[in-house]
Design a protein around this ligand. Sequence first.
Ligand SMILES: [Fe+2]
Length: 329
Amino acid sequence: MKHSISTLNGEFGLKIEEVTRKDLCDDGFKAEAYDLWMKHGGLLAVRGSDLANVLPEELLAWSEVFGVVEQKTQTGREDKIVPGFPILRIGNVKGKNGKPSAQFAIVPQLKDDTDIRYNPKTRRPVWHTDSTFREKPPIGSVFHCKIAPPAGGATLFSDMRTAYERLDTEKQQDLASLEAVCSLAHHDKKINAYSPEYPVLTPEQRAENPPNRVPLVLKHPLTGEVAVYGLNSSTCAIVPIGQQIKQSDLDHWDLEGVEDKSVLILRDLLPYLTGPEFSVKWEWQPGDIVAWDNRSTIHAATGFDYKNNKREMWRLTLNEDNPSMAATI
Ligand SMILES: [Fe+2]
């Protein structure tokens, strides 16, 4: 590969620079990028001035290297989508009609790099794995920067394989015996508690979305590497694998948005999991495209000066591995 390549933290994460739109369509480049993504813990960034002009169809084709792209648009977000593509806009940009054209959430800015590490008092940054409440949680995401603020708005990533590997054997065994109970109703009620306009599930929707259970130690199906897994805003309890939960407990977690204290098993570990030896702060430049694997990384958003600056990101979700690429691992 003729590009300049560097890792982001130890062996975790890879940045390829001087990448062009032509490279993104090149089969050799795609195969090499996929291989590097797998070898470096599921975090790969490509950067190059030409990429600021990437077309939606080019971004979609590049994303398909890493997995099968989710096609369906979440209800109510139709005006936040790049028209005709399964690409969600995220940020504080507005359309010609003056209405927000991107999904927007206020997130605190980092004061300095010590804020990257999870703070149990503030419970920030909100480090997580995406959508563990789904029966088949997405394997990853692709994120592309269209407009970057002059400061802030970085995305944080942390390496869950190395963090697991460096735990003592006893702790590894403890975690491996547990699973996380992840409930969409709990997730929505928790957000509703501080943002009352956020809807909660109706009883029917709740019945259609029973909790999903995921292991706290996940073995990557392609690389065989193991990683700490399972923290999402939907994580309402941590239990021994297979243990029954009482309906009254689930009602409490779902309807009141209260986490069981067993979730502290993960939260107490989070300052360690997000320390400088495992984490990466990715500061966006227009054109950057980052692919991450949810099975070996966790991530968190950070804020910027929303009043004075603009940020626009494009996001695609990967629901499963690309079978032809996966066959090469
Ligand atoms: Fe996320």
